[in-house]
Design a protein around this ligand. Structure first.
Ligand code: PEP
Length: 246
């Protein structure tokens, strides 16, 4: 399977900046690695049309756990799908931290998103103090168990997991390939136990200050199937470098 590179643009880029990115990106993107892009939801339709010719898929950075109703300001996964979203990122540490999203709430969001036909990228990761006190694997296990609780009857084949150590996001610090591989192998084991039919083939992405100069040693690890990229995905030239096989 090709490596998967997912751009998380967070709350960045206006309409012109989205168009400028694609003008530069499409001119050189050769589809060696899959490229998915999550802009602000309001730009989903635009990003979908700009990337379509090159097979670039668009997605959202969060979604409601509800399909419709009196939830002022929320966005329904059904509406995201209608706008052209292929996937949704759920459980990003910024959502857990600033918007108080718990793994239990994320389980409800994952369930609704899958039922609406979106591929889910579920993010897990430990904080620095959790790592330093030796709790990394138990935190990850807990986030997986709670977030993925009772999903086995749903169509979860198109599920992706992203391991993003919180201390490595936007900080310039990256987990060493060995540290990342240790957690990825553990996630693989938990997924295979939970979903025996396909847990083994689930793509597991690494995220946290991934850049053109550190991506290859991370992708060389056995259980790292791609990357979720924030800062370095905003510049077309950097994201292009990440989307090329070496
Ligand atoms: C992210 O926000 O998912 C992320 C990994 O950000 P950065 O690449 O900037 O660390």
């Amino acid at each position: 399977m090709k490596k998967l590179m997912v751009a998380n643009w967070k709350m960045n880029k206006n309409v012109k900046e989205c168009s400028d990115f694609f003008e530069a990106f499409n001119a050189k993107y050769t589809q060696q690695r899959d490229a998915w892009i999550a802009p602000q939801s309001i730009h989903l339709n635009l990003v979908k049309s700009l990337g379509e010719k090159k097979g670039i898929l668009a997605g959202a950075q969060t979604a409601s756990e509800h399909i419709s109703g009196a939830y002022t300001g929320e966005i329904s996964p059904r509406s995201l799908k209608e706008l052209g979203a292929h996937f949704v990122i759920l459980g990003h540490s910024e959502r857990r931290q600033y918007f108080k999203e718990t793994s239990k709430l994320l389980n409800a969001k994952i369930r609704t998103a899958i039922q609406e036909g979106l591929t889910v990228i579920y993010c897990v990761g430990e904080t620095l103090s959790e790592r330093e006190s030796g709790k990394t694997l138990s935190i990850i296990e807990d986030q997986l168990h709670q977030g993925l609780n009772d999903l086995s009857k749903l169509n979860v084949q198109n599920f992706v997991v992203a391991y993003e150590p919180v201390w490595a996001i936007g900080t310039g610090k990256t987990a060493t390939p060995k540290e990342a591989q240790e957690v990825h192998a553990f996630i693989r084991k938990v997924l295979s136990g939970k979903f025996p039919a396909f847990g083994n083939q689930t793509r597991i992405l690494y995220g946290g200050s991934v850049k053109p100069d550190n991506v290859e040693e991370l992708l060389a690890q056995k259980d790292i199937d791609g990357a979720l990229v924030g800062g370095a995905s905003l510049k077309a030239q950097d994201f292009l470098a990440l989307c090329k096989d070496k």
